[in-house]
Ligand binder design. Structure first.
Ligand code: GCV
Length: 656
């Protein structure tokens, strides 16, 4: 198969400084088996990397007394847990110490990263242990090859209801292992049609091949499951988790699955959500549904990852009391403590749906006795479709660092369980549509491994590995990435109100696109003001938070301004802390957002001689689309609010 995909940040064809050569000429293994899948992949990676970057072909030697090489040593796991590693440099060799094979793999990737970034290995002494247990990617890939909310081509897992297993699969596993990912769900949470059959023998052979490829890189494979599978696969005429026939059908099915696919990580389930069936259909709780599956998976060590994206998607827009933001908490809080220990609740970062600015979901950490995993989205469904640049690591850091209760952050809540992202990959040559969007994939993995890394540090690593170590390139691209989220926020929906997007497509403006819809996504603008009253006088959503956040959000004076319109209905003439009125703030930020995109474009163009030609051209094309989008947003939003409020822009700029 001819390779028509890039190697992203594993750019071993770039020649690196030969200073590190003295550590790369030979390898000795002590306590690890060179023939085990993970170790042999780790060695292959090392050989390939240093061969490409340093032009050396290391040999695997038996003698422990090595010079100019790498000594890989197994140590007891009380010192460093399974996935961690310690790397120390001595005069003429480097030691990688680990208690498990994954640690060796991650240690090698660390080493290669240093070489790629031209960092000297001399004197290195680091211990690295992942901060979060499960670091997962969720693919929303369908079996026909399409990808729900995918903006990078088609699936590289599925095509025409068949599973693809090829060299690209292995390269993908290498890429995500290199950033510490240890779990992957290959199919869309909306499990329909052929996807329902993934748990039947029709697909076992191919799923097994995928599972084994991933396992060789320390990654567990998971499948999304159709809760209504019994009805669709010729089982009982029900999916009621209390029905004995249903339970026994699942028991048989799960036994067949695990016989064919031992080591499968488990299942991800979207139930009672956006038309997907679930336990509510039978008057049962979410815990009843999740536990039924978890009980059956327990003997096989499988997990049930149960999504909390459960809300009423057939709401009446006239109804001001029902509030979609409340739904996750209202539907799940009552079941806290009811889940078996192999159930994990997967909760989106915000209470709505991956908007550019939302408060942190009160369900995260609101639950006290339940395993929780944080879900974010790097596929930029509402944040620019991988056309507009929007580096999301700063947002993810805000969420993890959110102090949801005294001395407890979201990171504290999820660290022993997991962090997952809806991924942004597809079969485009550059994997992520926009080359710059790969910084989100890279960034998610690195952050999940080490939450104390700053967004700037991660951006810098990514730039050096992917584009170049040239100082100007690093500084210009870093500036673009780090300012991109705020820029996007400026020209789209203001102060946390969200939405205002073209319905269904979710790219480009349509201020009233969802205003009179069934989806519970309203901005409630009138001639006096804008925003949803979610205070105690409104929908009462603020009461779902712990103190001090509940009071902070409830009071318009203390509510963080970037979330003002999420929590309050605010008059256009309300004066913000900047001294500007709300309406003037809306006008100003929308004009600024467009200017900032123009500035980014100029900065990118200045790098024309320094960026690989193909990448330069493609990103430039995306930037021109982003500029059109930003102008459209600016003009539609400003015009809409000018017409609603009748208040002119103080600066007299053009509004239509
Ligand atoms: C997979 C949003 C998206 C849907 C997605 C859903 C979810 O509503 O628009 O495409 O479905 O979230 O997270 O389940």
């Amino acid at each position: 198969m001819e390779k028509n995909w890039t190697s992203l940040w594993l750019k071993y064809h770039a020649k690196a400084s030969r200073n590190n050569l003295k550590f790369c000429e030979m390898v000795h293994l002590d306590g690890f088996n060179e023939r085990s899948a993970i170790i042999s992949n780790a060695l292959e990676e090392f050989f390939r990397g240093v061969n490409g970057m340093l032009g050396v072909k290391p040999s695997l030697i038996k003698e422990a007394n090595i010079k100019n090489g790498l000594r890989i040593l197994r140590i007891a796991d009380e010192m460093i847990p399974d996935e961690g590693f310690r790397l120390t440099a001595e005069a003429d060799h480097i030691n990688i110490e680990a208690s498990g094979e994954n640690g060796v793999l991650y240690g090698i990737f660390f080493l290669l990263r240093q070489i790629l970034m031209e960092k000297p290995l001399d004197g290195i002494n680091i211990t690295s242990i992942p901060d979060i247990k499960n670091r997962m990617l969720n693919h929303w890939d369908n079996l026909d090859g399409s990808i729900e909310r995918g903006y990078s081509g088609s699936s590289f897992f599925f095509k025409e209801n068949k599973i693809l297993v090829n060299e690209r699969t292995k390269d993908y596993a290498r890429l995500i292992a290199s950033i510490g990912i240890n779990g992957v769900v290959i199919n869309n949470v909306n499990v329909k049609d052929a996807a329902t059959f993934l748990i039947t023998p029709a697909y076992f052979d191919e799923v097994r091949k995928l599972k084994d490829i991933f396992a060789g890189y320390g990654i567990k494979l998971f499948l999304s499951l159709n809760f209504a599978a019994p009805l669709e696969l010729g089982g009982p005429d029900s999916a009621d988790p209390f029905d004995e026939e249903v339970i026994s059908w699942w028991r048989g099915q799960i036994a067949t699955v695990y016989e064919a696919l031992p080591g499968l990580g488990g299942f991800l389930v979207k139930a009672d959500s956006e038309g997907r069936p679930g336990p509510f259909t039978y008057g049962r709780t979410q815990a009843d549904g999740a536990n039924m599956l978890a009980r059956l998976l327990k003997p096989y060590g499988g997990l049930v990852i149960w999504r909390c994206f459960v809300y009423n998607c057939t709401q009446d827009w006239r109804d001001r009391k029902t509030d979609r933001a409340r739904a996750g908490y209202d539907n799940f809080i009552k079941t806290d403590g009811d889940y078996l220990d192999n159930v994990v609740l997967q909760i989106k970062n915000g209470p709505m749906d991956f908007q550019i600015r939302e408060p942190v979901s009160p369900l995260l950490g609101g639950l006290k006795e339940t395993n929780q995993m944080l879900e974010v989205q790097i596929a930029q469904e509402y944040t620019g479709h991988q056309i507009d640049v929007c580096y999301l690591v700063p947002m993810f850091k805000e969420v993890l660092g959110f102090n949801h209760q005294s001395d407890e952050t979201i990171f504290d809540v999820i660290k022993k369980i997991g962090f997952c992202a809806v991924t942004n990959t597809g079969n485009d040559e550059n994997w992520t549509g926009n080359d710059l969007a790969a910084a989100n994939l890279y960034g998610f993995g690195r952050l999940a491994w080490s939450v104390s890394l700053t967004a700037a540090e991660i951006a810098e690593e990514w730039i050096k590995m992917t584009l170049s170590c040239d100082e100007e390139t690093v500084s210009v691209v870093k500036k673009i990435l780090l300012s991109s989220r705020e820029t996007y926020e400026k020209y789209t929906s203001p102060l946390g109100i969200g939405w205002m997007v073209t319905p269904h497509l979710h790219y480009g403006p349509s201020v009233d696109g969802y205003e009179y819809s069934l989806w519970g996504t309203y901005h409630r603008s009138d001639h006096l003001g804008i925003g949803v009253d979610r205070t105690l006088n409104g929908t009462g959503y603020t009461s779902q938070y712990h103190e001090p956040n509940a009071s902070l959000y409830d009071d318009i004076e203390t509510c963080p301004e970037e979330l003002l319109l999420f929590f309050h209905h605010v008059p256009y003439k309300y004066v913000l802390k900047s001294g500007k009125t709300l309406i003037q703030h809306i006008y100003d930020t929308h004009f600024e957002g467009v200017l900032e995109v123009e500035e980014m474009i100029r900065a990118w163009e200045g790098l024309s001689a320094k960026i690989p030609a193909q990448v330069f051209k493609l990103v430039k094309e995306r930037f021109s689309l982003q500029l059109i989008n930003a102008k459209e947003w600016r003009d539609q939003v400003n015009t809409y609010f000018y017409r609603k409020s009748g208040i002119k822009d103080e600066k007299g700029r053009e509004i239509f």
